[in-house]
Design a protein around this ligand. Structure first.
Ligand code: KIV
Length: 272
């Protein structure tokens, strides 16, 4: 595979041009240098240093324990072994409550090696934060649908955007995130039909996790797709270790199946 022999690092322009050409974007989470190197070898285009590290690394039941310092540490670990993938780091819970705090937090993540930062929500204040960061040269990925940082307000991990009103509010928020300068939008746990509608209404790429097959790309938590997370996996997870004997083969299968639109299948999606 050509990309293993010193091909150029993936930039945001490359991701946008893949989207324009209809090529699906592959993203997985990673939190350490071993997995960063492995994902690079397998051709994953974008690595998310997600605050899901609160669950899969720290063992908490939510992401709200994660601090900027934690994400900085794991971003640096991933960045040390990164040869090609585009790195997106999560702004954790309560680290972007106003534009100035957001810029301080984002600067720390970028100094640790992130190419872009991700934040949850599309309300007025989040849109203001996105605009403020983008105007100051911080690339931003939005995140709508199920917002794990709001789990205590939502009362659990539930599918979002199921009613007509909730779906049209989410579409409005997606358009507002794009207008404010977000260059990628993650959509989590929403009906597949809404994932399709939002994707078709935006010009920036959407990356789905339980948002149906029509998103511009897909992301999963690495431990989930390797079948090693404790407990029952969410419906949108496929265990790629089934039928494979190495982690590398499982990740390569994920890349192949996202690229060929084999994953996600209807069973991984939600009805409206
Ligand atoms: O933290 C994370 O891993 C995420 C994904 C669930 C998209 O935000």
């Amino acid at each position: 595979m050509g990309y293993l022999q010193g091909e150029k690092p993936i930039s945001i322009s490359k991701l946008l041009s893949m989207h324009a050409e209809g090529e699906k974007i592959t993203m997985l989470t990673a939190y350490d240098s071993t997995m960063s190197a492995l994902l690079n070898r397998c051709g994953v285009e974008a690595i998310l240093i997600g605050d899901s590290l609160g669950n899969v690394i720290q063992g908490h039941s939510s992401t709200t324990h994660v601090t900027v310092e934690h994400v900085v540490y794991h971003t640096a670990c991933v960045a040390h072994a990164n040869t090609r993938a585009f790195l997106i780091a999560d702004l954790p819970f309560a680290s972007y409550g106003d534009p100035i705090q957001a810029l301080d937090s984002a600067a720390e993540l970028m100094r640790a090696g992130a190419d872009m930062v991700k934040l949850e929500g599309g309300g007025e204040w989040q849109v203001e934060v996105i605009r403020y960061l983008v105007e100051r040269s911080v690339p931003v990925c939005g995140h709508l649908g199920l917002l794990p940082q709001s789990v205590h307000v939502l009362g659990g991990y539930k599918v979002q955007g199921k009613s007509k009103d909730a779906a049209s509010l989410m579409l409005e928020q997606a358009l507002a995130c794009e207008e404010a300068g977000a260059q990628i939008l993650v959509l989590e746990a929403i009906p597949s039909s809404l994932g399709k509608n939002i994707t078709e209404s935006l010009s920036i790429p959407t990356i789905g996790i339980g948002a149906g097959p029509d998103c511009s790309g897909q992301v999963l938590v690495l431990q989930d797709m390797l079948g090693i997370s404790p407990g029952k996996p969410p419906k949108f997870v496929k265990n790629f270790m089934n039928g494979h004997t190495s982690v590398e083969d499982a990740v390569k299968a994920y890349v192949r199946e996202v690229k060929s639109c084999k994953f996600p299948e209807p069973e991984h999606g939600f009805a409206g």
